[in-house]
Design a protein around this ligand. Structure first.
Ligand code: PMP
Length: 360
């Protein structure tokens, strides 16, 4: 068996020890005589798996009982619709900050269900920075303020939570949740697709303040209602049981690493090493404002785009895979989530230096 350093943006690398644990439990989970994939979601064995996963997540993120934790399907994309449907309520207006591709998608979808006020857009900077907070045109009585905590494609991340105090904050944390501590109590709702730092695709986490559940309208599709999903323990229908189980193992792995403070320090150092290698070279560049550079997704371009193919081929030969940038922007992107060890980032930096020496 040989495993590569997988820099995929998602679905992304999982911790190897979690994969080994899944392998060892795959055919016979804890003497149940069956795989987790084969058992009833309402039976005692899965109920324990589900409950433990939630409790571990609550511990590592310090989530209080004021919040419901929902294990849903449909990806972060379905939340783009569920959020306005659940939260827009009587005001009918929500504020959105546009910081890039994922914000834009959230805005487009929310506009179908409520009145969206785009408070500011980073488009004029080609989404390389976030518009200054004093330029944001907030509405007077919004139901919530939505922003994307980490723009996975352009690599723009909020390292501080914005100060907005006239309504609940809602954030798409898909590509950064669990990479460092996050003060959940600052938010009305945090959501994330699982396939980056949480587990396999097919699971979506929603952490929502319980007082907001009452805003869910009666007429929306049942499975989109946070109130219904909270009341049924995310089991109004069959949940994504295997992905939920794997997420629980990942939460345990994070706890065993020392929790989110430790993960955050490792991730900060990994990102700093990679940005420093890019900045100290004349061959590679990253356009993002250093104040907003993502710790998770590091896009970069080569001095000559005609070398992209060769770079990717030679990287793959060294076991460094999935470095191709998103199709909408080109270039390269190294996604360095929790499961990417420091050794993988160091191997990438060494390869980049060798490639530059040969072709720069
Ligand atoms: N938001 C962000 C920030 C993302 O990175 C992604 C996926 N890459 C999505 C939303 C969409 O997620 P999904 O494919 O799970 O719907």
């Amino acid at each position: 068996m040989s495993r590569v350093y997988n820099f995929s943006a998602g679905p992304a690398a999982l911790p190897e020890s979690v994969l080994s644990r899944i392998e060892s439990e795959l055919l016979d989970y804890h003497d149940s005589g069956m795989s987790v994939m084969e058992m009833s979601h309402r039976g005692p064995v899965f109920s324990e798996i589900a409950g433990n996963a939630e409790q571990t997540l609550r511990r590592i993120l310090s989530i209080s009982d004021d919040y419901a934790v929902l294990f849903l399907q449909g990806g972060a994309t379905l939340q783009f619709s569920a959020i306005p449907l659940n939260l827009c309520g009587s005001t009918g207006t929500a504020d959105y900050l546009n910081t890039g591709s994922w914000s834009k998608k959230a805005i487009k979808e929310a506009s179908k269900f409520c009145n969206v006020n785009v408070v500011a857009s980073g488009e004029s900077s080609n989404f390389t920075t976030v518009p200054k907070p004093d330029s944001w045109r907030l509405s007077s009585d919004p139901a919530y303020f939505h922003f994307t905590l980490n723009e996975t494609i352009a690599g723009v991340e909020f390292l501080e939570i914005p100060e907005v105090d006239n309504c609940p904050l809602v954030t798409d944390a898909s590509s950064t949740l669990l990479s460092r501590p996050l003060d959940v109590s600052r938010f009305g709702l945090v959501y994330a697709g699982a396939q980056k730092n949480i587990g396999p695709a097919g699971l979506t986490l929603v952490i929502v303040r319980r007082d907001l559940l009452e805003k869910s309208s009666q007429s929306m599709p049942t499975l989109l209602s946070y109130q219904v999903m909270a009341e049924t323990g995310s089991m109004s229908n069959t949940p994504p049981t295997f992905a939920w189980y794997v997420a629980g193992l990942v939460f345990e792995w994070i706890e065993n690493q020392g929790g989110l403070e430790v993960m955050g320090e490792l991730n900060r150092a990994k990102a700093a090493a990679l940005y420093s290698a890019i900045d100290s070279s004349d061959f590679y560049s990253n356009p993002v404002d250093p104040a907003y550079r993502s710790w998770m997704n590091v896009p970069f371009v080569l001095a000559g785009p005609d070398l992209d193919g060769l770079f990717l081929d030679q990287a793959a030969e060294r076991g460094l895979t999935n470095l191709k940038g998103h199709r909408s922007v080109g270039g390269m992107r190294a996604s360095i989530y929790n499961a990417m060890p420091r050794s993988g980032v160091d191997a990438l930096i060494e390869f980049m230096a060798d490639f530059e020496r040969e072709h720069g």
